[in-house]
Ligand binder design. Structure first.
Ligand code: PEP
Ligand code: MG
Length: 989
């Protein structure tokens, strides 16, 4: 396709423009701290640990700061060096294809051409007006890292493709009389919005800018473009500080008495250009050298800090690399007949089936993101340029039908001509994702299974978290754009680091910024919500927050945000750090203080999706609940029973903890039994209540597993209180507490080890379970209790303990005159138990096994659950871990051991019931793994039950579709999609 570009040109967005990236769900990261068993007594320790970990996870600001501009750049770092004789022109020495023209690729080649490149190819194939481009493969990027020379791979040669771009546009790269300018953009196989680099308007120098003036007669445009290029190249390729460049523009605007870029005239931009050249005289003037530098910069950006962090948050493999697309520019900033914009085929916030978007006349893509000017709704473009609008409307319809998913489109209008610069499956809110999926099934675009696979399971907790109660009292203090729905209340913080540090100590915070940038990502992730003063619906804050399922109000222009002074002025009020506000991302409203909220769980579309999942799944979803209230909540969210009731959690209440402490520090058996009797009363009543809430469904009560450090008193006041309770002198209790202190409590005197040493504890518990069940049964209920033995390492432990449980249960039931089956099972949370699983399940009376993947991960990795938070982040940043194994199951290591255990156990007892009750039971990728191993159930915390239901449904649905070879790329599972794409790519190649 030949597209005559009037002049060379400006591409909207790019790597700096996150809005057009395809949706990648933010995988839920339950932090390691969440699986540490943070309970009474250890909170201060955790506070200190979390704070120091937060500190260590981030480089000091000084280390992250960029170099400032030297007066003359005589020295370039190794990383930024561009070898003058680098190999873009040298002949390839092998037959590896490193560069693709658009007609040579297709949408299924994302692994090789990146999402952006593959979709450009596809749009060109559909004869949409795409500026000519070529794409350098992700493999070439990997080659660059492998060679490690700092230069482009010797075999990379794009001269022939550059020539095609020249022929297609009728322009020449580096020719002042008719110059071709290009954009150089990153594009990974999975969307990494704004994380990597882009250089626009490349191919300019003093002679060429004059050529543009001569050919267009538009001096203002030429210098505007040149200053953009110099700025971006200095920043992205040469890694210079942006601020001095921005200061130049601010100074000139001030001198001239104007505020907007639009008010700047040709001679103003020319002055900016002159000053930029003084700031950085070392931008290469040879366009080919510029191009090499930009391609290298894009390659390098695959491994910048924020990209690495983003990949680890999103489980994107480091081994993928980024592609680089080199594309002829289309200009939105030439004059009033030009513009640039972003559009979605459906509303990404609500899911409404209505074409939606924003555009900025006479602007380049980066202006849309920068938030300096507020973009106009597309409806205004329809009035201004009806024909262009109609064409765009037609393409978005076509693309949505073609991809079978909501599309996010970037476009530029150059002198009335529309250019399509990018299309992607659009990011959307949790609410929009379910509405779009349900609507597309109704419209006949997707089958129920396909639609189910479009749901980002991890974001579904949006429906479980509250929206503002319309009848609540509230004080409105500001209004912005409803950028990402949901409602959040929290303490104001002004920096991402503060957000992270506060979140690490359990505080809810609202991150308040003028605008956000990719550097803010960890703060956005930690905050409950984000409020920005600048930026539209497609600003960085809006797009990233939507992707994270996080509530966001952007463009609250009345807000005067002073980051350094840590103050927010709004509605005549001055709010300081840690003052509380509430934001409503569905309406854009900002309120003072806390506002009552309510659940969105009743949403009809959400219920439909859950129904689909339940129809598809084979895995049962149980819950981890320790109180009748939690049991009731979980049941209302669809839990099919309790897979883990941690019996020690029933003793956290201040009035109960003294009973368990007294029992723990007892010196004699009689004394211990006395305290156990007190505990038994609580235990029986709680279990009765839980069984009642879960009537007719299994309730697995786990025997006491209290790591001692969590239950022993720490402060002198607590020790004194305990001494008072047990009626002993302080010094005696102090000695006993000292005796019980452990060096490695998580590997210490806990779990079934307590039963071995103190059988009376187990007896009390077994009796409490049996008595509670018997009472309920007598009351006409249908209790289904089960008893589970924790921290088992050898079948011999079970051989000792199980008969004791059986005897106590039998005795209690007989006394009550009730017949009831109370199955006994074992937890599998230590490597030895897994390795000897045949003996473990072969133990008489053992009917089920439940993998405790928290302890199993701890013991397989040798990472302490309580302490790993201090270094896991650094492991992820340095690529040693792709994800936190306490949050997502490590399929290779921990999973390998689970496989071994299953094989042995099933060989011995094929019908053994198998479950998992670690935190992984509510994490989508892990649920998929347990489905693949044919587990009977997963058990997770109450609020993750719907996520687990959807994940289990997706696992079954994708398996069925894959079996039938009907699988269509799902935006919810980049990993699987990539594997399938890889297969297709192999064939294509
Ligand atoms: C586990 O170890 O995975 C488990 C569920 O037990 P806990 O977290 O209580 O140690
Ligand atoms: Mg455990």
């Amino acid at each position: 396709m030949k597209i005559p570009l009037i002049a060379a040109a400006a591409v909207v967005g790019g790597g700096c423009c996150p809005q057009a990236e395809a949706f990648v769900p933010t995988s839920s990261k339950i932090s390691s701290a969440a699986v540490g068993r943070s309970h009474a007594g250890s909170s201060m320790l955790r506070f200190a640990e979390a704070a120091s970990a937060a500190h260590r996870h981030h480089q000091p600001a000084s280390a992250r700061r960029r170099r400032s501009v030297p007066s003359a750049l005589s020295m370039k770092s190794q990383a930024t060096r561009v070898k003058a004789d680098a190999p873009s022109g040298s002949a390839a020495t092998d037959d590896v294809k490193r560069v693709y023209l658009l007609h040579e690729g297709n949408k299924d080649m994302k692994l090789l051409l990146g999402g952006k490149g593959a979709n450009l190819c596809e749009m060109a194939k559909l004869s949409l007006p795409v500026p000519p481009a070529f794409v350098i493969t992700t493999e070439t990027c990997l080659e660059y890292f492998k060679e490690g020379t700092g230069n482009l791979p010797a075999a990379l040669n794009y001269e022939a493709e550059l020539k095609v771009l020249e022929d297609d546009t009728g322009k020449k790269f580096g020719d002042p009389s008719n110059p071709l300018l290009v954009s150089v953009r990153s594009g990974a196989p999975a969307s990494m919005p704004g994380m990597m680099d882009t250089v626009l308007n490349l191919g300019l120098n003093d002679d060429i800018v004059q050529g543009i003036i001569d050919s267009t007669g538009n001096e203002r445009f030429a210098y505007d473009t040149y200053r953009r290029f110099l700025n971006m190249y200095s920043d992205v390729v040469m890694n210079l500080d942006k601020e001095p460049f921005e200061e130049v523009i601010t100074e000139i605007k001030k001198k001239k008495g104007v505020k907007l870029d639009l008010e700047m005239e040709a001679h103003d931009w020319k002055e900016v250009v002159d000053r930029f050249k003084k700031l950085n005289p070392n931008v290469p003037t040879d366009p080919r050298e510029q191009l090499r530098g930009a391609v290298l910069a894009v390659f390098r950006s695959w491994n910048n800090d924020r990209a690495i962090r983003y990949r680890s948050y999103n489980g994107i493999p480091d081994e993928w690399g980024t592609a680089v697309s080199v594309q002829a520019m289309a200009y939105g900033n030439m004059n009033d007949g030009c513009g640039t914009g972003v559009a979605f085929s459906r509303n990404p916030s609500t899911g409404e089936n209505k074409f939606f978007g924003e555009f900025l006349p006479n602007a380049a893509g980066e202006d849309v993101v920068a938030g300096i000017r507020t973009p106009q709704p597309l409806e205004e473009m329809a009035e201004k340029w009806p024909e262009v609008y109609a064409e765009l409307y037609k393409y978005q319809e076509q693309l949505e039908k073609y991809y079978g998913d909501m599309q996010d489109i970037e476009f530029t209008v150059e002198n009335g001509r529309l250019y399509m610069l990018q299309c992607r499956n659009g990011k959307r809110t949790a609410k929009a994702s379910v509405k779009i999926a349900v609507d597309m099934v109704k419209e006949g675009t997707l089958t129920q299974s396909e639609a189910l696979l479009r749901i980002p399971a991890n974001q579904m907790d949006f429906f479980l978290h509250p929206t503002l109660d319309p009848s609540a009292d509230k004080t409105l203090i500001g209004e912005g754009l409803p950028a990402s729905p949901g409602a959040a209340t929290g303490k104001i913080v002004f920096t991402p680091d503060d957000a992270e540090a506060m979140a690490n100590i359990g505080e809810d915070v609202i991150l308040v910024r003028k605008e956000t940038t990719p550097e803010d990502i960890h703060g956005m992730k930690s905050a409950q919500g984000v409020l920005t003063a600048l930026g539209g619906m497609t600003s960085h804050a809006a797009v990233v927050a939507r992707g994270m399922g996080k509530c966001c109000v952007s463009g609250c222009t009345a807000a005067d945000v002073d980051i350094a002074g840590k103050s927010l002025k709004l509605d005549g009020l001055e709010l300081k750090e840690h003052d509380i506000i509430t934001i409503d991302g569905s309406t854009g409203e900002v309120y003072l203080g806390t506002v009552d909220r309510r659940s969105a769980a009743e949403d009809e579309d959400f219920q439909t999706v859950l129904k689909w999942a339940d129809e598809a799944r084979t895995l049962k979803v149980l819950t981890n609940a320790d109180t009748p209230e939690q049991a009731a909540t979980a049941r209302s969210l669809g839990a099919q029973g309790i897979g883990l009731c941690r019996s020690e959690h029933m003793f956290f209440d201040p009035e109960r903890i003294s009973a368990i402490r007294a029992m723990i520090v007892s010196e004699e058996k009689e004394e211990r039994i006395r305290h156990l009797d007190t505990m038994a009363v609580f235990q029986r009543e709680d279990i009765k209540g839980i069984l009642k809430e879960m009537d007719g469904l299994p309730v697995t009560v786990r025997l006491l597993d209290p790591p001692l450090h969590e239950f022993l008193p720490h402060s002198i006041e607590d020790v004194q209180a305990l001494a008072d309770t047990v009626g002993k002198p302080l010094s005696v209790v102090q000695d006993r507490v000292a005796q019980l202190q452990e060096v490695n409590p998580m590997l210490g005197f806990r779990g079934c080890r307590l039963s071995v040493v103190y059988p009376e504890i187990t007896e009390m518990q077994a009796r409490a379970v049996a008595a509670a069940a018997a009472a309920n049964k007598k009351a006409g209920l249908d209790p289904k209790p089960e008893i589970m033995v924790p921290v088992v390492s050898t079948a011999k432990e079970l051989r000792l303990i199980v008969p004791r449980i059986q005897a106590a249960v039998a005795d209690e039931l007989e006394k009550a005159g009730v017949k009831l089956d109370i199955p006994i099972g074992t937890m599998m949370e230590l490597p030895r138990a897994c390795q000897t699983a045949d003996q473990v399940v072969g133990t008489d009376g053992v009917e089920f096994m439940s993998f405790g993947t928290n302890d199993l991960t701890q013991s397989v990795w040798g990472f302490s659950r309580d302490d790993a938070i201090k270094f896991i982040g650094r492991y992820q940043e340095q690529g040693l871990l792709d994800f936190d194994p306490f949050a997502r199951i490590d399929e290779e290591g921990v999973g390998g051991l689970i496989r071994t255990a299953l094989e042995k156990a099933r060989a011995k007892q094929p019908d053994t019931k198998v479950g998992i009750c670690g935190e992984h039971g509510g994490e989508p990728d892990s649920v998929q793994f347990f489905h693949s191993l044919k587990f009977d159930y997963v058990s997770c915390s109450p609020f993750r039950v719907p996520i687990a239901r959807i994940s289990a449904g997706q696992a079954a649905a994708s398996e069925a579709l894959e079996e039938k070879k009907l699988y269509r790329e799902s935006i919810t599972n980049v990993k699987r999609a990539a594997i399938i794409n890889a297969k297709k790519t192999d064939k294509t190649d």
